[in-house]
Design a binder for this molecule. Structure first.
Ligand SMILES: NC(=O)c1ccc[n+]([C@@H]2O[C@H](COP(=O)([O-])OP(=O)(O)OC[C@H]3O[C@@H](n4cnc5c(N)ncnc54)[C@H](OP(=O)(O)O)[C@@H]3O)[C@@H](O)[C@H]2O)c1
Length: 240
């Protein structure tokens, strides 16, 4: 008897959490397609996977490109939405409120637009996993904007789990994870920020992309999980 090979598409699979998820999921029973905008980065990621994944370069914030990608792809089983955004960070008093709309455009709309375009070809027995952030769950000063953006994905998850049933819809909320997302900070400042967060985090360290990949793989593979927020933050949300 031959067992079915499933197919996971990872939007934002060329770096960080998405790439670690591709590494985790790839295997005899799972085909993986990774996507990203930057072709060179995508090829580098594909090589790091030993050429074992499929790859496609397109911008998930452009609805036409999204529609074309899913129309070409054909039927598949699982969708992981790891495309990033970083707007909305900073003290509320001086926060440029346009950054909240910018954060939605960079992260929320692309994730929702990919899911919408995928629905006709996404296996109803499969799953969708959004990637939000713990910024939507903490009370730390400076995250009101980015938390508001990420909170939208926490809100839609249980609604879509019911509306799109039996498709399973879950969301992972990562804490501070050492990925290229933080490259906007100079090296020394980044190390200082990581050390500060490690000190605040109950497990005593910041996260690795592999930590979050394990949480995503659990939601992809467990057929009884839906409508759930899985926070993967080392306990950071309980920090004062
Ligand atoms: N790292 C953290 O501390 C942290 C914490 C909480 C939540 N998160 C969330 O986790 C998710 C993954 O972030 P990460 O840390 O793995 O960041 P990352 O290393 O920067 O990876 C982001 C990935 O998304 C792709 N991407 C970004 N915009 C895209 C677009 N418009 N269309 C297609 N692909 C796009 C990037 O490739 P291209 O640039 O080539 O397009 C890359 O593959 C994000 O949603 C992020 O907000 C991260």
């Amino acid at each position: 008897m031959t067992s079915k090979i499933e197919h996971t598409v990872i939007i934002g699979g060329s770096s960080g959490i998405g790439l670690a998820t591709a590494k985790k999921l790839l295997g005899p029973g799972m085909k993986v397609t990774i996507t990203g905008r930057n072709q060179d980065k995508l090829v580098g990621a594909w090589k790091s996977l030993g050429g074992a994944a499929d790859k496609a370069a397109f911008d998930a914030s452009r609805p036409d490109e999204v529609r074309q990608f899913f129309a070409r792809l054909g039927p598949f089983d699982h969708l992981v939405l790891a495309a990033s955004g970083g707007k909305g960070l900073g003290p509320f008093e001086t926060l440029d409120l346009a950054d909240i709309a910018g954060g939605v455009d960079e992260k929320v709309r692309p994730q929702l637009s990919c899911l919408q375009a995928a629905l006709p070809t996404l296996n109803k027995s499969g799953s969708v996993t959004f990637i939000s952030a713990v910024s939507a769950q903490v009370t730390m000063p400076g995250v009101a904007g980015i938390g508001a953006v990420n909170g939208m994905l926490l809100t839609v998850t249980p609604i879509l789990a019911v509306e799109l049933k039996p498709l399973r819809v879950n969301v992972v909320a990562p804490g501070v994870i050492d990925t290229p997302w933080w490259d906007f900070l100079p090296e020394e400042q980044r190390r200082a920020v990581f050390a500060e967060y490690a000190g605040k985090t109950p497990v005593g360290r910041i996260g690795r992309a592999e930590d979050v990949a394990s949480a995503i793989a659990f939601l992809v593979s467990n057929g009884f999980m839906t409508g759930q927020v899985l926070t993967c933050d080392g306990g950071l949300r309980f920090a004062a």
